[in-house]
Design a protein around this ligand. Structure first.
Ligand code: ARG
Length: 459
């Protein structure tokens, strides 16, 4: 059995059941790279400050690099009785280089060590997610550009409201994902702060140089309060919050893809590569991928709530409860990354049923607002114009006619202000073209929107 670092104070070995209950190596082993990176920087700083010799530091660094290689090649044996990634690596080091290895933990505690590992992990994951978001944003902008002429019904209350450009609809999501990427970028400012050197909670009496460690590990700043540094998981919670918002956006898009691919809408077809069949109903093609995106959003929400609940009653500073932060964090990042990757692929593989979208765009009196705005341009107050148009729609419904099918006589019986140019307004395409206010759905506006978006994106 491995000797525990705290064996000096204890007379009995840890019970097996406790080892099983308290271990985190089964999941925190994935922090190994960050743990070693942090330890190497720490050893270098110790030597620079004369706390250990240069020779000792070199031996430690060499030993750590050897362990890095062993883990990387899958040769390292992780041991549950050594609890976590920190103790697994440290005891392997001591085994390999002897007592000098025991000097690595000078002026350090697992409390600041785990805080450091998490921040290194968060930083890397945040870069990764921001990269994936860029790909998705570009994919959406490309798709929007490709389909620039296509019109579709725009909805409010899930009722057809006004015709819009498909590109405008797609760009709405691009805007959301751009905000998400920004938010992750903002979080980086608070993630990228060095906690190491806070030690157990109160700092150390040894002459360490935290700024030097920050420089080696490319942190922007050094944390200012040792108690806060080991007790704080804000950066994790903020990362989860950014993820929650992102997944909420993805889930809304997924929901639309699901609806649009249904027989009832028939607006899109999702490629066979991203759908599955039914084991019983031969005719079916199910949108499982977007359904799972919507479904996985739930667990990411759950992870945020877990962390908030985990932290809410903890007195300062470190408490072992905090070991429970890792699984929700890892699960979130894995889910977000996998979802982003597959969403970008899938978007490129959707076929838009232009004819179906276009025919739906003009139906259901979706251009009624255009009639009202026509009357406004002829001088009527909007409220009155709205009322007259409402009567026209009611009449058309009773007659089973669309707004393009009403005769001029029928129109002018409701208002003498209506002339034959009304037909240019009630056509869905004309309606879209007319909505050229800034941020509106007119093709020229959407084109400009895409251009500005691409400029910000840099591609
Ligand atoms: N495995 C622990 C965690 O994830 C590391 C810190 C343990 N510190 C301690 N004093 N037991 O939180």
């Amino acid at each position: 059995m491995a000797k525990k670092p705290w064996a000096g104070r204890f007379t009995k070995p840890t019970s097996k059941s406790v080892e099983k209950y308290t271990e985190s190596i089964s999941f925190d082993r994935r922090l190994w790279k960050y743990d070693i990176e942090g330890s190497i920087a720490h050893a270098r700083m110790l030597a620079r400050q004369g706390i250990i010799t240069k020779k000792e530091s070199d031996r430690i660094v060499k030993g750590l690099k050897g362990i890095y290689k062993e883990i990387d090649e899958g040769r390292f044996v992780f041991r549950e009785e050594l609890e976590d990634i920190h103790m697994n690596i440290e005891s392997a080091l001591i085994e390999q280089i002897g007592d000098t290895g025991g000097k690595l933990h000078t002026a350090r505690s697992r409390n600041d060590q785990i805080a450091l590992d998490i921040r290194l992990y968060l930083r890397a994951e945040t870069y990764e997610i921001r990269g994936l978001l860029r790909v998705l944003e570009k994919r959406l902008a490309d798709t929007a550009e490709l389909h620039l002429g296509v019109i579709m019904p725009g909805y409010t209350h899930t009722q057809r409201a006004q015709p819009v450009l498909l590109s405008h609809h797609l760009m709405a999501y691009a805007q959301m994902f751009e905000r998400d990427r920004e938010r992750f970028g903002d979080a980086l400012k608070r993630i990228n702060v060095l906690p190491l050197g806070s030690c157990a909670l109160a700092g150390t009496s040894l002459p360490i140089d935290r700024a030097y460690v920050a420089e080696l590990l490319k942190f922007d700043r050094v944390s200012e309060n040792s108690m806060d540094s080991v007790a704080d998981r804000d950066a994790v919670i903020e990362f989860l919050s950014c993820s929650v918002l992102l997944m909420m956006h993805i889930s809304r898009l997924a929901e639309e893809l699901i609806l649009w691919s249904s027989e009832e809408y028939s607006f899109i077809e999702i490629s066979d590569a991203y759908t599955t069949g039914s084991s019983i109903m031969p005719q079916k093609k199910n949108p499982d991928v977007p359904e799972l995106m919507r479904g996985k959003t739930a667990r990411v929400y759950g992870n945020l709530v877990s962390l908030l609940t985990l932290m809410k009653g903890l007195p300062l500073s470190y408490n072992r409860d905090m070991q429970e932060d890792k699984e929700p964090l890892f699960d979130t990042s894995d889910t977000v990354r996998a979802t982003l990757t597959i969403l970008s692929e899938m978007i490129g593989d959707v076929t838009f049923q232009k004819d179906k979208m276009e025919s739906s765009a003009g139906a259901a009196y979706a251009t009624a607002t255009d009639v009202a705005e026509y009357l406004v341009r002829r001088g009527l107050p909007f409220r009155l114009a709205h009322e007259i148009t409402g009567k026209i729609v009611r009449y058309a419904m009773d007659k089973g006619k669309t707004l393009t099918e009403l005769t001029l006589e029928e129109y002018s019986s409701y208002s003498p202000l209506i002339g034959s140019d009304i037909y240019r307004c009630v056509d869905a395409r004309a309606s879209v073209r007319a909505r050229n206010s800034f941020g509106g759905t007119a093709p020229e506006m959407v084109k400009e929107q895409i251009a500005r978006f691409r400029k910000r994106l840099g591609s």
